[in-house]
Ligand binder design. Structure first.
Ligand code: ADP
Ligand code: MG
Length: 457
């Protein structure tokens, strides 16, 4: 039974990658027990009839197709509601469905890796080529070529994916390697949990044995000094034994805030690579790849529709992927043709609130730039220039802050409106205003007034 549960967990992971998040969460995510295995049918317990029907309509075929990859006999999934299961068991007193073992933190070594993240399905382009080649190299020779590998970039651009590729790849060639993927905030939680029980030994022994340590979103160690100290010790220990360490972050190591410098300086010992936003051609290739994974039919959606999706969602691969899933779901569920028009309808609710239509966004931002320059009595061209006098500097920082808050664009993209300023300049400006607003009433007033003006337009 445990075997079937393990397989089910893996299939769940794959399903979560293939379907729209909301729908997946409402249906598949909660299933974690098997009622019985009989006549080659594996009965999964679902909450109620509604969920059962949804899964039967949308997911079951795919579930059974995925299952074929794991079993030699012709097993198939069937669903049974909690209620049905209980009534079938009414004469049996002690019924407890089999639950999967927790992978991390109990006996046995859990990796926390998502098997769906492989190099094979990572699409390479200019924006991520260096990151990709560095990751492959360290996966080939862990601990030797570059240690640590530090990957940074905006959200949704594939950092977690790439980092996990490294882990999966290493495990593929040596199943005995102890690979651990952990988010920095999980590390903190784990530390706090065990420290409060004074179980330092347990904490140390859990991490000491690791061969490959993958720490995601290191910026979340900020301000957690004790955890940083522990992490520092762990880093030193593993590093000195040439164990591979990979770190991701939303910013470069130099830009990390509230993390002790002896730690951030260690991050610079190895190799740092960044991931940027993919260009149009790259986005199209990503969509084609995702479509193959999803449907095994790369021609299912006409190229024009793919192009349309790729042109609208240019910020972030996660959103791009979500858009594709939504179009697939919409057209399949209602049996509509895959046309640009139908894609537009399917994506309407995503496109509008994101205000991501290029012309719309551009005109909105230009509007903000002129409101801010009016307010400070300077010209818009000075506002967006690189001139560093105080007269321009402060209004510019405010403008960057407002754009970030109103549109939540990547820093780099905002920089594009200011004579191509880089990611970190914009980030510093936004953070400066954010911090100073707390202490400086005048700044707060400027921001409030301008937010109202910009919001009205
Ligand atoms: P990040 O960690 O940078 O926020 P993720 O690694 O979680 O981003 O990526 C978000 C989604 O986009 C994931 O589903 C991932 O598989 C996908 N993705 C990102 N970059 C690529 C790529 N180059 N090729 C294929 N899929 C990608
Ligand atoms: Mg991530």
């Amino acid at each position: 039974m445990q075997e079937h549960l393990d397989v089910w967990q893996e299939i769940k992971t794959q399903l979560s990658l293939s379907y729209e998040e909301e729908s997946y969460k409402e249906t598949i995510d909660a299933i974690d027990s098997i009622f019985k295995v009989k006549n080659n049918y594996i009965y999964l317990i679902v909450e109620n009839d509604f969920v059962k029907k949804r899964i039967e309509l949308v997911y079951l075929k795919k579930m059974n197709r995925l299952l074929e990859n794991y079993v030699s006999e012709p097993f198939q999934y069937r669903l049974i509601t909690q209620e049905q299961a209980e009534s079938e068991l009414s004469d049996q007193k002690h019924y407890s469905p089999v639950k999967p073992e927790e992978t991390f933190g109990k006996s046995g070594f859990g990796t926390n890796l998502n098997v769906g993240y492989t190099f094979e399905n990572f699409v390479v382009g200019n924006s991520n080529r260096l990151a990709y080649t560095s990751a492959i190299k360290i996966a080939d020779q862990p601990g030797i070529v570059a240690n640590p590998l530090y990957i940074f970039g905006d959200v949704g651009l594939g950092k977690t994916h790439l980092m996990q590729c490294v882990g999966n790849y290493i495990l593929e060639s040596d199943i005995n390697k102890k690979v651990l993927y952990i988010k920095a905030d999980q590390f903190v939680e784990e530390y706090v949990r065990l420290a409060s029980k004074r179980k330092f030994d347990e904490f140390h022994s859990r991490f000491r044995e690791i061969d490959v340590l993958l720490v995601d979103d290191i910026q979340f160690l900020a301000k957690k000094e004790k955890s940083q100290q522990e992490f520092f010790k762990l880093f030193e220990l593993l590093f000195n034994q040439q164990k591979q360490i990979v770190i991701t972050s939303d910013r470069s190591a130099n830009d990390l805030k509230d993390i002790m410098s002896r730690l951030t300086s260690r991050f610079l010992w190895g190799v740092t690579v960044d991931i940027n936003r993919p260009d149009l051609d790259h986005r199209i290739r990503i969509l084609e790849k995702k479509m193959m994974a999803e449907t095994s039919d790369k021609d299912l959606i006409p190229h024009k529709v793919i192009e349309y999706i790729a042109s609208v969602f240019d910020n972030n691969v996660r959103e791009l992927e979500g858009a594709l899933k939504r179009v697939l779901f919409y057209c399949t569920a209602f049996d509509y043709e895959f046309t640009v028009k139908n894609a537009e309808i399917a994506l309407e609710s995503l496109v509008k609130p994101k205000k991501n239509n290029k012309d719309y966004l551009k005109s909105k931002i230009n509007n903000i730039l002129s409101i801010v320059s009016d307010y400070f009595n300077i010209s818009t061209s000075d506002l967006v220039s690189k001139k560093r006098t105080r007269n321009y500097l402060y209004p510019r920082q405010i403008a960057m802050y407002l754009i970030k808050n109103l549109f939540d664009l990547p820093y780099k993209k905002i920089g594009g409106y200011f004579s191509n300023r880089d990611h970190s300049t914009v980030m510093h400006s936004v953070e400066k205003i954010t911090n100073e607003m707390n202490t400086n009433k005048n700044i707060q007033i400027d921001v409030e007034k301008l937010s109202i003006k910009c919001g009205e337009n």
